[in-house]
Design a protein around this ligand. Structure first.
Ligand SMILES: [Zn+2]
Length: 500
C-alpha cells in the first residue's frame, strides 16, 4: 500500500457541495473597557504591558496607558493577563459533523447532528477561534451555524469542481450535477466528460461560474486539483488554461483563488496556474521517498511556493486526525467532553460510531490498529518537515485545520485548530510565526485586514484574554480566560459542551 493511499483517506472530506447563503448582520455590540492588560499583537515586536483598551459598538475605539471608563461602560480587569486578537481558522467544514455518516436512514443520527450543530460554534469559540472560513459546504447548515446565539464571524468560498472530477466523484451521476451546480466544463476533457444533456456550456465557463459565486456573497473560489488518491491518475482535472481563466475572473471580482492540491504533481499544476492559496500542505512524497531530511525535489518545490508568495495551509491535522481513529484513548481525552455533545461522544464509542474506522481498516489487511496509526503519522511527519522547511525559507504560513478532513471523530471543531497550532510548534515553527499564521496572515490573505488580525483601533473587537503569553508557550492558546466577540465578554466555561 502506498503512502499516497494512506494520505488519501484523509481527504475524503472534500466531498462537499455548495449552497448559497448570505451573511447575517453582525452580532449585537457592547461597550467595554479592558484595563491594565498586556497586549500581544502580531504587528508589534514585543508585548505591551499596562494598557487599557476601550471597545465601542463592537470595535476597538481607543488604546492607551490611562483611559478613564466613560459612564455606563463595563470594566474588565486584565491584570496579569494577555490580550490578543481572536484566531482565524481559514479551512473548516461546518456542514459535515465529524464521525457521522453523510447519508443514513438511522433515526438516531438526526438528533446527534442537531446537538452537534448547536455546539459547533461554541467549540470554535472555546478555543479562541473568532473567525472561520469554510471553503466548500453541503446542504443548508451554514444557516444553522449563524443562527446560534454565539458564533465566530463566518466567511465562505464557492466551490468550483471540474465536471465529473474530485470531489464529485464520490456522488453518483444522478445527484452529482445538482449537488455541486457550479462545476466547470473543461473542453480539454470533453471526449471523456461531455456536458450532461440538459446543461449548457455557457453556464459552466470559468467566467459564469465565478460570477455566480461572487453574487452568492463568497469571498473566495475553491478549485480542486486531484487526479486520484492512488498512483493512478483516474479523475479528470481542470487544465492550466481553465484554471488561469478562473483566476482572472476571480481576481476581477476581488475573490481569492484557493486550490485543493496535496501531491507534488498536483501542487505543480496549481503553481503553474498561479493560484493564491494551497489549502493543504505537501506530504505526498512518492517521487522522493525519504525517511528524514529534505529531498532536493521537495526543497525546490517549496522554494517555488515561497518565490511565488502562494498562501500555504499546512493542515497537519489531516493525517493525525485519521491516526486518532486507531488510538484506543482518543475518546477518553478529557478535552473531548468540552467540545463534543455528551450524546455524540457516547455514540462515537458505540459499535455504530466505529463505522469509518471499520471502513478504513479494510484497506489495511490484518495490520494492528497501532501499526495503522503509526503509518499515517509517518505520512504526516513529511508534512511537518515540509512546513518547517518552508518556514526556514522565510515563507509566511496560514492557519487552517481542515476540520473535519474526513468522517473521523479524530477531528473536532476548535480543538483541532488548537492541535494544529501545537503540531506547527512541534514541527519547529517558532511561536511568533504561528501567532501570525493564526491572525494577521490569514486576515491579509483573505482581504480582511481592515477588520481583523491585530489589536488596533478601528478593528472589530474579536479578542482573547489569556492567562499565559502565547509567545512563550503554544499551550497559552488553551489557557483562555475570556473570549470577547464584537465586544461581548464570554466566559470560556460557558462555551463548553458539558457546561452545567
Ligand atoms: Zn478541506
Amino acid at each position: 500500500m502506498s503512502m499516497r493511499d494512506l494520505r488519501a483517506k484523509g481527504s475524503v472530506a472534500c466531498l462537499l457541495a455548495l449552497t448559497s447563503m448570505s451573511m447575517a448582520p453582525p452580532a449585537h455590540a457592547a461597550d467595554l473597557l479592558i484595563e491594565n492588560v498586556t497586549i500581544v499583537s502580531p504587528e508589534r515586536t514585543r508585548p505591551l504591558a499596562g494598557q487599557s483598551v476601550l471597545v465601542r459598538d463592537g470595535r476597538i475605539a481607543q488604546i492607551g496607558a490611562a483611559i478613564k471608563a466613560p459612564p455606563g461602560v463595563a470594566k474588565l480587569s486584565g491584570r496579569g493577563k494577555f490580550l490578543t486578537p481572536g484566531l482565524m481558522d481559514s479551512h473548516v467544514h461546518l456542514t459535515t459533523p465529524p464521525g457521522l455518516p453523510l447519508r443514513t436512514n438511522d433515526p438516531t443520527i438526526g438528533p446527534l447532528i442537531d446537538a452537534f450543530n448547536r455546539q459547533q460554534p461554541r467549540s470554535y469559540l472555546y478555543f479562541g477561534v473568532t473567525q472561520v472560513l469554510d471553503p466548500a459546504q453541503v446542504g443548508n447548515s451554514l444557516e444553522m451555524f449563524e443562527a446560534q446565539p454565539q458564533h465566530p464571524d463566518l466567511f465562505r468560498c464557492g466551490a468550483a469542481p471540474v465536471l465529473d472530477g474530485y470531489p464529485t466523484v464520490f456522488v453518483d451521476r444522478a445527484a452529482r450535477y445538482s449537488a455541486m451546480p457550479d462545476y466547470l466544463y473543461e473542453p480539454a476533457n470533453a471526449q471523456q466528460h461531455p456536458l450532461p444533456q440538459d446543461a449548457k456550456a455557457q453556464d459552466h465557463t470559468p467566467e459564469t461560474i465565478v460570477d455566480r459565486i461572487a453574487a452568492s456573497g463568497a469571498i473566495c473560489v475553491k478549485v480542486f486539483i486531484e487526479d486520484g488518491f492512488g498512483p493512478a491518475a483516474i479523475w479528470p482535472v481542470p487544465s492550466k488554461d481553465t484554471l488561469l481563466r478562473v483566476r482572472a475572473a476571480a481576481h476581477k471580482r476581488g475573490l481569492v483563488l484557493l486550490a485543493h492540491a496535496n501531491s507534488l504533481d498536483m501542487q505543480r499544476l496549481a503553481l503553474d496556474a498561479r493560484v493564491d492559496v494551497l489549502v493543504h500542505g505537501l506530504w505526498n512524497w512518492d517521487e522522493a521517498d525519504a525517511k528524514s531530511g529534505m529531498p532536493a525535489v521537495i526543497a525546490a518545490h517549496l522554494r517555488r511556493i515561497r518565490d511565488a508568495r502562494v498562501g500555504y495551509q499546512p493542515t497537519l491535522r489531516v493525517m493525525a486526525g485519521t491516526a486518532d481513529l486507531f488510538r484506543a484513548d482518543t475518546l477518553e481525552d478529557p478535552t473531548y467532553a468540552k467540545v463534543v455533545p455528551t450524546a455524540l461522544l457516547a455514540w462515537y464509542a458505540s459499535d455504530a460510531g466505529q463505522w469509518f474506522k471499520r471502513e478504513m481498516k479494510r484497506d489495511f489487511g490484518d495490520l494492528s490498529d497501532g501499526r495503522i496509526a503509526s503509518l499515517q503519522l509517518q505520512v504526516g511527519e513529511r508534512g511537518m518537515r515540509a512546513v518547517h522547511h518552508l518556514h526556514e525559507l522565510g515563507h509566511p504560513l496560514l492557519l487552517g485545520s481542515d476540520t473535519p478532513s474526513a468522517p473521523t471523530y479524530g477531528n473536532q471543531p476548535g480543538y483541532d485548530t488548537y492541535r494544529e497550532l501545537r503540531l506547527l510548534a512541534h514541527s519547529g515553527v517558532p511561536l511568533d510565526a504561528i501567532f501570525r499564521a493564526a491572525t494577521l496572515n490569514n486576515a491579509r490573505q483573505f482581504h480582511l485586514e481592515k477588520e481583523y488580525g491585530t489589536v488596533t483601533i478601528g478593528k472589530i473587537a474579536n479578542l482573547l484574554l489569556l492567562d499565559a503569553d502565547p509567545l512563550q508557550s503554544v499551550q497559552a492558546w488553551s489557557r483562555i480566560d475570556k473570549v470577547i466577540l464584537r465586544g461581548t465578554v464570554i466566559e470560556r466555561d460557558s462555551l463548553a459542551a458539558d457546561r452545567k
